[in-house]
Design a protein around this ligand. Structure first.
Ligand code: SAM
Length: 249
């Protein structure tokens, strides 16, 4: 996976990219990341990257010309590109998108907005995908770009030590994950469920599946519509749902 981040604040993204999994992924050459200071692409002597909005209003807007210049330079170096613009107005980022990004052959360019946002002609004049990480407003696109890169990079084969962990974690099959426990067996009177100490892998697998179904039913029932469940599993979930309604009435 190849990514380029265009930003006014490179020091906001660089530290996060040089730690933990993202660092290892780059060392193993599974992930390549370029950080580009937007100011370097401003042609005037003051390296101006923002200006007041036409029509009035508060704040500053990022100018289109440095952004076009940065994208064109990256395109010359990388070849085929896919441009992502973090934006609260975009399509909601999710695990399916992360998976698609992790398999993307083209270079992903993240254009990070700041202040009041980016001159609309960037969206009008280039093929750009606006992507949101949630219904709230951040100060800039940097944290959103990092969220997307992190969630996508861990899905690249070879990045995580144990690929099996990806198969069971939340959202991988439209279910939330089952609860996890580690040592000690008892902590402040709270015990690890006996079944996990039984050593019986078949029973443990079945228990975990039920717990994943219960977790999803209780916390994110909307996900169940897309989950691929057997008829027995769906009946079991429906039964649990009825039992929970009865126990609350
Ligand atoms: N005035 C803009 C609006 O109301 O849509 C918000 C601008 S915001 C303060 C500045 C930048 O932060 C945006 O250009 C975008 O890059 C980023 N940003 C803010 N919230 C975001 C979100 N929820 N998801 C992704 N990027 C976001």
């Amino acid at each position: 996976m190849k990514c380029d981040i265009i930003t006014l604040f490179p020091e906001m993204v660089a530290p996060a990219l040089h730690e933990s999994m993202l660092k290892r992924a780059q060392e193993r050459r599974l992930l390549e990341i370029g950080i580009h200071q937007l100011r370097d692409y401003a042609a005037d002597k003051h390296h101006t990257t923002d200006d007041v909005p036409y029509g009035g209003g508060p704040g500053m807007v990022l100018k289109p010309d440095p952004i076009f210049a940065a994208v064109e330079k990256i395109r010359q170096e990388r070849g085929e590109i896919r441009i992502i613009m973090p934006s609260p107005q975009g399509a909601q980022f999710n695990q399916t998108m992360a998976s698609a990004f992790s398999k993307e052959e083209r270079s992903l360019i993240f254009i990070c907005g700041h202040y009041e946002g980016i001159d609309a002609r960037v969206r009008e004049g280039m093929s750009v995908e606006e992507v949101s990480i949630g219904d709230y407003i951040l100060t800039g696109g940097e944290l959103a770009a990092l969220v997307m890169i992190d969630a996508s990079a861990r899905l690249i084969p070879g990045v995580l030590g144990e690929p099996a962990s990806l198969e069971e974690e939340s959202f991988s099959s439209s279910l939330l994950e089952y609860p996890q426990y580690t040592r000690p067996v008892e902590f402040r009177g709270l015990r690890v469920p006996d079944i996990l100490l039984s050593g019986n892998h078949k029973t443990i697998r079945a228990w975990r599946k039920q717990q994943a179904l219960l977790n999803t039913l209780r916390k994110r029932p909307d996900l169940l519509a897309d989950a691929s469940l057997t008829e027995d599993e769906r009946e079991w979930v429906d039964q649990q749902h009825c039992d929970e309604i009865k126990s609350h009435s």
